[in-house]
Design a protein around this ligand. Structure first.
Ligand code: ATP
Ligand code: MG
Length: 358
């Protein structure tokens, strides 16, 4: 007993207490069928299989500094879920990192950029209200058209017509408005050379939940257009999600790497709030703990915390929310992470270190 007290008073031991206190999940044979293997726990070397069915919410976040291993984890999740559990997977790819993986999985790769756009008009041609809403911010924020121009575009979209609306149809309609319309048509013609309005990439809204597919945005030269395309795609995926039937069974991963680009986008929080009901697990990766706002965090069932920058201003708050000791994350090596899971059947979170993601 004396010895124990001496040890427990040691500074070295108390410094490592947060790790000692962490609970490693007990291996459960059921996870072999329902989970995916991601590596072994650090202390007891137990295999860890992530089973999203056991989580309060199937959404997953990976946080860590550049090079810490987030994308590696996301790729591992995608291949395991698609191959082992037959999931659908859709990924937004900002820098062309996922194309090879999706090709090797026999999935679709939609490449946007250099003359092939996401086809905003075609995407929403049967939903003029949605098309007007999306056009409004794209034309003003991205392509610099003014309020009067945008009103004219909306007027054309609202005009009765026989067939579905097209970009050429909008430009023709504008020209029929006289000189002001011709002017707006010229501006829209210039915007058409971007990567948002015209089609060409093969992106199909009705096929995003059909097998494995990734939208590769790396060919879009302009950073702001790339982010706008990403936001539009998140909106589109959210729309497509609402046409799915409600399901208790998760069968789809929606992977959003570098999610800090989307953090101010309302549709992201909506997806985190609603997609569980539609069988979708959202998988996010971001570099800084402070990128994750309280609402987003509250909907994450499993958080993988990789090495964090000690200057990460969100750390203390983040640590409190996920109930894990973020100090420990400063010492992690590449590919190693703290796993913090909120399980349905337990009030306490599971917090443990995964030695290396496989
Ligand atoms: N668990 C791992 N096992 C082996 N190699 C790994 C592991 N995790 C990461 N790596 C390697 O480390 C490098 C950086 O990893 P990764 O691309 O996943 O970093 P990241 O966290 O996504 O960084 P960024 O924020 O800059 O995108 C890659 O070459 C990757 O292959
Ligand atoms: Mg990455």
């Amino acid at each position: 007993m004396d010895d124990f007290e001496i040890i427990s008073n040691s500074r070295a031991l108390s410094a490592s207490l947060p790790i000692v206190r962490m609970s490693e999940p007990v291996f459960d044979g059921k996870d072999l069928d329902e989970g995916v293997y991601l590596g072994n726990t650090k202390i007891y070397g137990m295999p860890f299989l992530l089973n999203t069915g056991k989580l309060v919410n199937p959404h997953i976040a990976a946080v860590g500094m550049s090079g810490s291993g987030k994308t590696f984890l996301l790729k591992s999740l995608i291949s395991s879920y698609v191959i082992d559990l037959g999931y659908n997977a859709i990924a937004l790819d900002w820098s062309g990192e996922y194309a090879d993986l999706f090709r090797s999985l026999g999935g679709k790769v939609w490449k946007v950029g250099r003359g092939s756009g996401i086809g905003l008009v075609g995407m929403y041609c049967r939903n003029p209200v949605r098309l007007c809403a999306e056009m409004e911010w794209i034309l003003t924020d991205l392509y610099g058209l003014d309020g009067a121009d945008v009103r004219e575009v909306k007027d054309v979209i609202g005009m009765p017509r026989r067939g579905p609306i097209s970009l050429d149809g909008i430009i023709d309609g504008l020209r029929s408005f006289g000189s002001g319309g011709v002017n707006t048509a010229a501006k829209l013609g210039a915007a058409e050379r971007g990567c948002i309005l015209p089609g060409g990439s093969g992106f199909r809204l009705n096929r995003v939940f059909d097998g494995a597919c990734t939208v590769d945005l790396s060919g879009i030269a302009s950073g702001s257009e790339r982010v706008a395309a990403g936001k539009l795609l998140v909106n589109a995926i959210s729309d497509a999600m609402h046409s799915r039937s409600i399901s208790d069974r998760t069968d789809t991963l929606l992977v959003l790497d570098e999610a800090w680009k989307l953090c101010d986008h309302r549709a992201l929080n909506e997806l985190l709030r609603e997609s569980r009901k539609y069988g979708i697990s959202v998988v996010l990766a971001t570099q800084q703990a402070m990128d994750m706002n309280a609402e987003a965090l509250s909907n994450i069932g499993c958080c993988f915390v990789f090495k964090l920058n000690r200057m990460d201003g969100g750390s203390a708050e983040f640590s409190e929310r996920i109930g894990s000791n973020i100090e420990a994350a400063g010492n992690l090596g590449r590919g190693s992470c703290i796993v913090s899971m909120a399980r349905r059947d337990s009030e306490a979170r599971d917090n443990f270190i995964l030695a290396r993601v496989i």
